[in-house]
Design a protein around this ligand. Structure first.
Ligand code: ZN
Length: 151
């Protein structure tokens, strides 16, 4: 059965692309990183405020395709209030989700609303768009000084 593009661009993704949540700069953030996906032209700047090992604020700016913008928007919504360990563990489960690997029930619940991005697994060229913000997150949290590239 051929995957239908309409399945990929679900209403939730279109909504987050049109009205991205937490789309702003945090001037006094504690962590920041920049990410590029040269394959598609997606670009993101991520800003995170960590207080006592918990992500108390997270926001992004950038430009890119609907999938990269929606993914970043959903990520910032999901991660606010989470610990760094929890965020990095969610990143691993999210990668499993978008590459079509099986996730057990407990972790599917953990991934929660990010499930709408699971459709990219059928479109290999879109996986990097969805993963860009997460790679950038990891770089920011681990305080790498180099810009992230998916290539
Ligand atoms: Zn893209």
């Amino acid at each position: 059965m051929n995957a239908n593009l309409d399945d990929l661009y679900q209403q939730v993704i279109l909504d987050h692309n049109k009205n991205p949540r937490n789309f702003r700069k945090i001037a006094a953030c504690t962590h920041t990183a920049e990410g590029f996906n040269p394959l598609c032209g997606d670009h993101i700047n991520l800003y995170i405020t960590v207080t006592d090992n918990t992500i108390t604020d997270i926001a992004f700016e950038g430009s890119g395709c609907a999938i990269s913008t929606a993914s970043a928007s959903l990520m910032t919504q999901t991660l606010k209030g989470k610990t760094i360990e929890s965020a990095l563990s969610l990143f691993e489960h999210f990668l499993q989700l978008i590459t079509g690997k099986a996730i057990d029930d407990q972790n599917i619940a953990f991934v929660a609303k990010l499930k709408v991005l699971g459709g990219v697994a059928k479109f290999p060229s879109r996986v990097k768009c969805a993963a860009l913000c997460w790679h950038t997150l990891k770089s920011a949290l681990l305080e790498s000084k180099h810009p992230v590239s998916t290539e």
